[in-house]
Design a protein around this ligand. Structure first.
Ligand code: HEC
Length: 244
């Protein structure tokens, strides 16, 4: 048999093995050079508003990612518990992404809208007042600390460098209107960041204290939008109809 020859000749086997692996590698890698984007565009996905972005930065500062993932894997048990599995597009404006690898607490990728602002504020201040067996730390300073947003424009400009389409010029702003609609485009305009941040905090009343703009406002505004951007009801996805 011809195969005998290959199996008895280590040198030949090595060369042919390398050839087989290279062919496999090429087939996987080369097509990626020819497609424009590896992340499929999905309706509804947009960059964070200034307030949400500030909230995300507090989430990172407090190390929430050490206990919480933001990545629902495409398995039945995950989807039953957390909702539709995470799409690549849903974290395409996240730098750094918050997928995480540790779940001491539940996944938060779709926690938006699951609880009221009241609940989040109380839970973050004293988790055990709502969930007696919780091992989550208290974060009592969030509601007491005024939100410092003096550097919000710099935070947005930093993300611009990584490709997040926050706008600085009128032309970019007009582009964003085409891409995301007028309401979203306004919130992505860097020169108006402070104004938009304060307006969203006042309208949302996230920390349930209308007179104060606290770090809690920012963090809860972030938690409340997680996983809410894509309207999965629009997609005819038979497998997931049963979970709605
Ligand atoms: C030491 C690990 C730990 C850290 C750090 C931690 N959490 Fe948690 N978290 C948990 C656990 C455990 C639960 C489940 C029990 C509960 O609801 O308190 C939880 C629950 C939650 C829930 C409710 C999720 C749901 O679907 O019911 C939210 C929201 C949340 N955490 C947000 C945060 C935020 C924001 C931070 C950072 C400021 C944070 N957590 C830090 C462990 C942690």
């Amino acid at each position: 048999m011809k195969h005998d020859k290959i199996e008895r000749n280590v040198g030949l086997l090595l060369v042919l093995t390398m050839l087989a692996i290279s062919a496999g590698g090429l087939v996987e890698i080369v097509p990626l050079f020819f497609i424009k984007e590896t992340v499929e565009k999905v309706d509804g996905v947009r960059p964070y508003s200034p307030l949400e972005l500030r909230g995300r930065d507090i989430y990172i500062r407090e190390g929430c990612y050490l206990c919480h993932s933001q990545m629902i894997r495409p398995f039945r048990d995950e989807a039953l518990r957390y909702g539709h599995y995470s799409l690549a597009a849903e974290s395409k404006y996240d730098h750094p992404f918050q997928w995480g690898s540790k779940r001491t607490g539940p996944d938060l990728a779709r926690v938006g809208g699951k609880y009221s602002n009241d609940w989040h504020t109380q839970h973050l201040t004293a988790p055990r007042s709502l969930v007696p067996q919780s091992v989550m730390p208290n974060y009592p300073w969030l509601v007491k600390t005024d939100l410092d947003y003096s550097d919000i424009q710099a935070r947005m400009r930093a993300l611009r460098v990584t490709g997040v389409p926050y706008s600085v010029s009128e032309a970019e702003y007009q582009n964003n209107i085409k891409e995301f609609g007028e309401d979203v485009a306004k919130s992505l305009h860097i020169p108006d960041a402070e104004k938009n941040l304060v307006a969203q905090a006042q309208a949302g009343n996230f920390d349930t204290k209308p007179e104060k703009l606290s770090e809690m406002d920012a963090l809860v505004s972030y938690l409340q939008m997680l996983g809410t951007l894509v309207d999965f009801k629009k997609y005819d996805d038979d497998y997931f109809v049963q979970f709605r």
